[in-house]
Design a protein around this ligand. Structure first.
Ligand SMILES: [Zn+2]
Ligand SMILES: [Zn+2]
Length: 102
C-alpha cells in the first residue's frame, strides 16, 4: 500500500476531539485492551505505530508512548518513541517527568 493511501485510510477512520486534539481511531468499535490495528500487506500493525512511522520514520524496536494516555489516539503530536526500558520507567510512579523528543 502506498504511503498516501495508507495515511488516507487512517485519516478516514478517526474522529478529532476538539478539546484534547486527540485523533480517536475507530471511535465506534468496541473498546479492547489492546490498541486498534489494521492489516498492511497481510500483517497486523497497531495504527498509532503506523501513524508515527508515517510522520517520523522508522521506529525500529522502540515502543510508542501516548502523552495523552488515550490508546486510540493516533495524533503524531501525542506520540513519542521510547526504548522498552525507558517506556517502562515512564509508566512507573518514580519516573521524573521529562519531555523526550519524538
Ligand atoms: Zn491524543
Ligand atoms: Zn506509554
Amino acid at each position: 500500500m502506498k504511503v498516501d493511501a495508507l495515511r488516507e485510510k487512517l485519516m478516514r477512520g478517526i474522529r478529532k476531539d476538539p478539546i484534547t486534539e486527540c485523533w480517536i481511531y475507530s471511535p465506534k468499535a468496541r473498546l479492547t485492551k489492546s490498541y486498534p490495528r489494521i492489516i498492511i500487506g497481510g500483517r497486523k500493525a497497531s495504527v498509532h505505530r503506523v501513524m508515527y512511522a508515517l510522520k517520523y520514520g522508522d521506529i525500529g524496536n522502540n515502543q510508542i508512548h501516548h502523552i495523552c494516555n488515550n490508546k486510540r489516539c493516533i495524533n503524531p503530536d501525542h506520540l513519542f518513541s521510547l526504548s522498552f526500558g525507558d517506556h517502562r520507567k515512564h509508566h512507573s510512579p518514580n519516573w521524573i517527568v521529562s519531555t523526550p523528543k519524538h
